[in-house]
Design a protein around this ligand. Structure first.
Ligand code: ADP
Ligand code: MG
Length: 703
């Protein structure tokens, strides 16, 4: 049978059950999966080092002449060594291979080879163990670039490279491009075949970059077009208008007066809610500015008019927190409420489903469990999502579909540049809270190093004795194993990082009188909730955690935020973390611990001492870090938290020119009407098929 993109990898020459299993561990089942096993880097063998320079333990490329005939020695039952010496103008090394006796006949005195590997010091001289090698012959130049893949046991880098080169050559003719040709030419994007070739069989970095640019474009384009189509579909369904309510019963129940910014935003929201066109609004404002109460007011307006409200948060912790804050308020106003999480017991879930379908619950607060297909509402009027950028693409699309005909309010504390907002939020209207509640103090921020540890512990103790509570955030749960496969290629060794387990142990030792808890993403939801509740109640004084607490959590009594290995976090993430304290009236502090000795690293953190506005922080971050995805947060939990906006190729701030192209292109397609739209669809069926596949969970989204 001819090989197609859908063929299983076992159909490939040389792939038996063992290799098939190994590939499966990398998530590769089909030929197509294999082709999209994209290199995560490129090894440049054009920079030749001298032996005398290469003694620093860094993988190097060397040009060596074979100096002695190889000899094979059996050293154990199943182990043989093949050794010979090789030299360049600066010195001599011993080249060593394990269990590859046949190499004896490969190398001959006087042959010139290009070796790539790491030198290790031995008794008499350095040795070069199991290096990659290529014979240098006049007239046939060696390739300079090699792709570097993630690997797994049972498949070597050399095998992976060959497998990809061969497979691509074999199915190259099968690769049709779903991007309209006219568009591709206009934007100078290579075809999918050319792009894959540039990555798996690289000749120069310019082609590699063009290839990555193509895949980044395609990712953003499909996202933007998919969201755009679902948006225009949802706008076609009229919404129920909810008339402006009398705000006084709601306002009387609040423990504070709204700021002017909050009043303005509430008015913007309620006037949209009074329209027949569904509201599509994003509410932005720095952490702690008080977005929740505006959302609550919107909910009040809708419930008052007889509609139901769904409020969706990205984590269970945050959903519980919202429920804890809002349920008493709404119950006091006479509305029934419910909490719905992934971890909610089945029976309770069933009860909530039934009550929602009958209209007996006015507002349900939860996580993406709210997107469960079994949920239906009697009269869904408003959907609110908090910290929306944390939701994955599919979840957002599912949400849009589910709430066709409902008003939509999205809250976000992430400062988003305009170009980006255009792609991500298209025609959302923007409401901005640009004022902090009165009496809010600046969180005093300090950058310190390890030498402050003792003083810091004393400070923690004092904060707790004065009735405050302390967060300690670490970049990891426990030490991650080194990435063994690529060990020989890693250009630098990462220093160990502080983990939740370590820090908690150290704190317990240093501060035995305090009650210390911990929290991380791998804990069961119920455990997490119990710890968070204990912290909210004040039973725990010090909470050591990963960034699971980053999003929106509100404990007004917390006065000190400590971030371990702060240089591991983006400034935007640090700003979010700092926003967890200083929410009450007490003076609050943020201590960033960093042992970085780079000048740039210190300068970057120092901005946190002087900059307190989220947008300013984000801008500084962009300026200093240059390219980099500032929306991707440093999640210490090893996996990117809840997917977020994780594009594989696109970097949302590096690719601003692509973003502009994408939003123009999408707008052009969405503007097509009637016959033109039909013609475009017919001509570009492949594009719409691809959209269907990517938004697979939402098949009917685009119909
Ligand atoms: P965010 O915008 O980050 O979601 P929250 O809505 O969680 O912020 O509000 C942060 C804190 O500020 C909460 O404790 C909230 O009760 C309080 N708050 C909100 N608005 C006001 C206000 N107008 N005056 C005083 N405190 C307020
Ligand atoms: Mg919030």
């Amino acid at each position: 049978m001819a090989l197609t993109l859908h063929s299983p990898v076992s159909a490939l020459r040389g792939i038996g059950p063992a290799k098939e299993k190994a590939l499966a561990r990398l998530g590769i089942a089909t030929v197509r999966d294999l082709l999209f096993h994209i290199p995560h880097g490129f090894e440049d063998r054009s920079r030749i080092r001298l032996l005398s320079e290469a003694t620093d333990g860094i993988a190097s490329t060397l040009l060596l002449t074979v100096g002695t005939e190889p000899k094979t020695a059996r050293i154990r039952a199943h182990m043989s060594l093949t050794k010979f010496r090789a030299f360049d103008e600066s010195g001599t090394v011993e080249v060593v291979f394990f269990n590859q006796d046949y190499l004896k006949n490969t190398f001959h005195v006087g042959d010139l080879y290009r070796f790539t590997g790491k030198l290790t010091p031995q008794k008499r001289m350095f040795s070069l163990t199991s290096p990659a090698f290529e014979q240098v012959t006049e007239g046939t130049p060696l390739p300079d670039l090699y792709p570097v893949y993630s690997l797994t046991e049972g498949i070597s880098m050399t095998q992976m490279r060959k497998l990809l080169r061969d497979t691509l050559a074999e199915v190259r003719h099968e690769l049709s491009d779903f991007l309209p040709e006219e568009l591709r030419r206009r934007l100078l994007l290579p075809t999918v075949g050319t792009a894959l070739e540039a990555l798996h069989d690289p000749t120069d970095m310019t082609r590699v970059e063009a290839a990555l640019r193509r895949f980044a474009f395609e990712e953003l384009f499909l996202y933007s077009l998919g969201m755009g189509l679902s948006k225009s579909a949802s706008a076609r369904t009229p919404a129920v208008p909810y008339p402006l309510p009398d705000p006084s019963p709601f306002l009387e129940k609040l423990p504070f007066a709204l700021t002017d910014a909050q009043k303005r935003v509430c008015a913007e929201i309620t006037s949209s809610l009074a329209e027949r066109v569904p509201m599509n609004r994003i509410l932005v404002g720095d952490v702690g500015c008080g977005k929740t109460v505006c959302a609550a007011y919107a909910a009040y307006a809708v419930m008052h008019g007889g509609g139901q409200v769904a409020l969706m948060a990205p984590t269970e912790i945050l959903a519980r927190q919202h429920y804890g804050d809002l349920a008493p308020l709404f119950e006091a106003l006479g509305f029934s409420t419910a909490l719905l999480l992934g971890s909610t017991p089945k029976k309770e879930k069933e009860r909530v489903y039934t009550a929602l379908a009958k209209g007996e619950i006015s507002i349900v607060i939860g996580t993406h469990a709210l997107l469960n297909e079994r949920i239906s509402f009697a009269a869904l009027g408003l959907v609110i999502t908090d910290e929306q950028h944390r939701f994955g693409v599919a979840q957002r699309a599912a949400l849009r579909e589910k709430c066709a005909g409902a008003h939509l309010l999205v809250m976000s504390a992430t400062p988003i540049p305009r170009t980006l907002a255009l792609v991500l939020y298209g025609d959302l209207n923007i409401s901005r809270i640009d004022e902090m509640p009165k009496g809010r103090q600046r969180v005093k921020t300090f950058v310190v190093d390890e030498s402050y540890r003792t003083r810091l512990n004393a400070f923690i103790k004092k904060q707790v004795e004065d009735g405050g509570q302390v967060y300690v955030v670490c970049p990891a749960i426990d030490q991650k194993p080194a990435e063994e496969e690529n060990a020989d290629l890693s250009l630098y060794e990462k220093p160990p990082i502080k983990t939740v387990a370590e820090v908690k142990a150290a704190m317990e030792k240093a501060l035995p009188s305090l009650s210390i808890g911990y929290l991380h993403g791998k804990m069961k939801a119920a455990e997490k909730a119990a710890v968070m509740d204990a912290f909210v109640r004040g039973d725990i004084s010090v909470l050591v955690s990963t960034t699971v607490i980053e999003v929106g959590v509100n404990v007004p009594n917390a006065t000190l935020m400590i971030v371990e290995d702060a240089d591991r976090f983006g400034l935007a993430a640090l700003h979010q973390l700092r926003g967890r304290v200083g929410r009450g009236s007490k003076e609050s502090f943020c201590v960033l611990i960093s042992n970085t000795d780079t000048e740039a690293g210190r300068r970057r953190l120092a901005t946190m001492q002087t900059t307190f506005d989220g947008y300013a922080v984000a801008e500084e971050d962009l300026k200093m870090r240059g390219p980099g995805d500032f929306l991707a947060t440093a999640s210490g939990d090893g996996v990117r938290q809840s997917g977020g906006l994780s594009f594989r190729f696109a970097s949302l701030c590096r690719d601003t020119d692509l973003l502009t192209a994408v939003s123009e292109e999408t707008a052009r397609i969405l503007a097509l009407q009637g016959k033109d739209a039909e013609a475009y669809r017919a001509e570009n069926q492949a594009l719409f098929d691809e959209l269907d596949t990517r938004f697979a969970e939402n098949r009917n989204l685009l119909s």
